[in-house]
Design a protein around this ligand. Sequence first.
Ligand code: ATP
Ligand code: MG
Length: 588
Amino acid sequence: MRYSEMFLPTGREVPSDAEVISHQLMIRAGMIRKLTSGIYSYLPLGYRVIRKVEQIVREEMNKAGAQEVFLPMVQPAELWQESGRWEYYGKELLRFHDRHERQYCLGPTHEEVITDLVRNDIKTYRQLPRNLYQIQTKFRDEVRPRFGVMRCREFGMKDAYSFDADEAGAEASYEKMFAAYNNIFNRCGLKFRPVEADSGSIGGKYSHEFMVMAESGEDAMIVCDKCSYAANLEKAEAGRPKKVDSTEKDWLILESVHTPNVRTIEELSDFLQVGPQDIVKTLIFNADGKPCAILIRGDQEVNEIKVKNYLGANELTLADDEMIMQATGAPRGFAGAVKIKTRVIADYSVMNMINFVTGANKEDYHLKNVNIGRDCEVESFADLRVVGKNDKCPRCSGNIQFVRGIEVGHVFKLGTKYSKSLKASYLDKDGQEKIMIMGCYGIGIGRTVAACIEQNNDANGIVWPIPLAPYHVIITPVNVNEGDVLKAADKIYNDLQAMGIEVIFDDRDERAGVKFKDADLIGIPLRVIVGQKNLISGNVELKNRKSGETKLYPLEKIVSEIKKNIDEGLEQGIATTHAGGKTPCSRI
Ligand code: ATP
Ligand code: MG
């Protein structure tokens, strides 16, 4: 494409609302424009990159045996009522009605629609397994859209859904998608890692997020430096300690202490001259309307997601003052397990504590020398805390590192969550009716593009890896009015085009500096610089955007050299992908 004819509005100014580099660069490089909060248009350059990601996704999904469909974005309320999500989904679901007052939503995801499709047309085990996918626009009314297309309200997603007859089949479908995702992100040229993720109330290990490593990422995760364990911090396991039995001989006499104006762990620890690890914090949660006390050691933090999953709650919040008063008989800040009127669950960190300090369920009082078994009871111990810097890998006891990432994909074993409520059943070999087992698998297309920029940029702009580059080559004549420059550049342009190479010809009558700046900003991997001085000796210069390396090539060799560079760049991802499943990230 000739630059002079392109719709490519580049800019030097950093937009004031763009906090992360990918957002800034996507605006500056003329890839996207904001229409309104969380809703963006893709301009030609941006859309080319989107199409590249989509193409890789399509090829790998097809290779994995999935079949492409295209489902409606407007979905009737009745289907969502049937699955139970009309109420449950909350405000991210954009609901509206038509002229007949019938209610609809804009699809934030398509479990309901796909399950409806499949239940009507799949009747026997012979039609299973099936995996159907689409690449389509989703709408989620995010509370805080931010970071450009990374967390927006309207975005493109590849979503796939697998349907299997039994558990073993569902496991195999999951493994296939897991492998396909590794291939996809390798081919995109990304540094990524699959990590164990929270799978909500479904439980089990059947959820992995594919994280692109980036400091700016919203997700915190831990990775072991010895084994392959990696997990989202929300899910990261804290190992279970060995139970050390204490005897009554070790137990000191229970004491009530007057602690005026002491509410926080720090205040309590100062006041009583004990360490936070000698105190048990008691948090009262409201789990689906019922109070529940969670005990945890004073120096640890409760992981609400673990608590929610453990209790199997749909909604979990910290209890309000009224619920705390009812449960403990005291205002906030004095809760303790002794004589409390709720269920009591404790984190493993409390399991071996003796003679600890805790709230007395009485305003301005705490208790000293509390012992479980004598002074209070605990219904059960569980892993309910946030993993911290001092923790070790729960698998191999190796050291763990805290890193950040951007979730670009998610593979999830759904079980029968939707097939049960929507009655997606089939007849098995014995003619018995059985419920299908499902999996769902998402990739954020725009987010993948943004994540790629987060990993590939420098002070001058984007540095595209070959597989996602909107164009592979830009030809920059230094001065279009000098000697044979334009003619030579034009010939290279025509030759490259004839070979099907994606090329921009910067034919603008601009200063070389301006053209170089734009080329750097939009991040084209290879630049051919055509200048009169080199032309006299029959040469042009080839510059690599990433390494900054420049080299002179004779005119007649430049096209084949470019082709070689592009092929190498494209093959790199494919080579890591298909060499016997060898990927930078092994399965957990
Ligand atoms: P998040 O935790 O980031 O909100 P999610 O768990 O809601 O993500 P899924 O429902 O698993 O995401 O969606 C599949 C994929 O869609 C995600 O892995 C992500 O790449 C993409 N995605 C989700 N929400 C957004 C969004 N608001 N903007 C852009 N992409 C998104
Ligand atoms: Mg979300």
